[in-house]
Design a protein around this ligand. Structure first.
Ligand code: KIV
Length: 271
């Protein structure tokens, strides 16, 4: 039996209780009303309006181009589809990194305009002041360490992070710092499972993994990956629960043929 009733809104407090009770947290990205409604109906605990919208919705190579206005639009669409799940929205690249006041204003816009319950930010000590400014305003912050796609040009690739001791040590110290300055949870992306386990055991706040093994307090996936919407994207950590790419292409090609042959619409589908 879950510690929260079916329709009770999930909050950051619920997350804390779930860590204590050992109930794992399920999180997925969504970028629009329909997908968010479906994930909610399926019982998802949290929805992330990720800046991965830049990749899977807008078709960019990286997450860097997406704007705050565009994130707000996606978050508003998602927000209309959910009642129970915790809604977390990414602060996009360039809206928080160097200036705590700008970070505060970006986070406030998301909270005022979308109905989100929390925001997510990538980075450790480098963005300490920005996180503090947001937390001080009473806005829950989810951190994000490991592979942080907004820094892709610094990393040079989407490979596993924190394999070497120096990077692993920095990740551990960043994770502790994020907890200390008030983050309520932390995404750990594409790091060794053992390191994710160590961080999870050493922190009181929730860890959510993606490509970080199964010991984190929860898991997050990009919904397009889970549904198999991209035939050619097969990262090792993303399990495809469906193969919608093939099914959608088949459905649309059947429709094209039916239109050409006047099989569609039939008499029954006509007035
Ligand atoms: O933008 C995103 O989808 C993310 C998840 C991969 C954690 O940050």
């Amino acid at each position: 039996m879950s510690i929260h009733s079916e329709f009770k809104k999930i909050t950051t407090e619920t997350f804390k209780k779930m860590k204590v009770s050992g109930e794992k947290i399920s999180m997925l990205t969504a970028y629009d009303y329909t997908m968010a409604s479906l994930a909610e109906e399926a019982g998802i605990d949290a929805i992330l309006v990720g800046d991965s919208a830049a990749n899977v919705v807008a078709g960019y190579e990286t997450t860097l181009p997406i704007t705050l206005d565009q994130m707000i639009y996606h978050a508003q669409c998602v927000s209309r589809g959910i009642k129970r799940a915790l809604l977390v929205v990414d602060l996009p690249f360039g809206t928080y990194q160097s200036d705590p006041l700008q970070a505060y204003h970006s986070a406030v816009r998301i909270m005022k305009e979308t109905g989100a319950s929390a925001i997510k930010m990538e980075g450790g000590i480098e963005i300490k002041d920005s996180i503090e400014a947001i937390v001080k305003a009473g806005i829950p912050v989810m951190g994000h360490l490991g592979l942080t796609p907004q820094s892709i040009h610094q990393f040079g690739s989407f490979k596993l992070r924190a394999k070497e001791d120096a990077e692993a040590d920095k990740l551990i110290s960043d994770a502790k710092l994020l907890e200390e300055i008030g983050c309520f949870s932390l995404v750990l992306e594409k790091i060794p499972a053992q390191l994710a386990e160590k961080v999870t055991n050493e922190l009181d706040i929730i860890t959510i993994g993606i490509g970080a093994g199964n010991v984190t307090d929860g898991q997050v996936l990009v919904i397009h990956d889970l549904l198999g919407l991209n035939k050619n994207f097969k990262p090792k950590f993303a399990r495809k629960y469906l193969h919608l790419h093939e099914q959608i292409v088949e459905a649309v090609s059947n429709y094209v043929q039916d239109v050409k042959s006047q099989e569609f619409p039939s008499k029954e589908e006509s007035f």
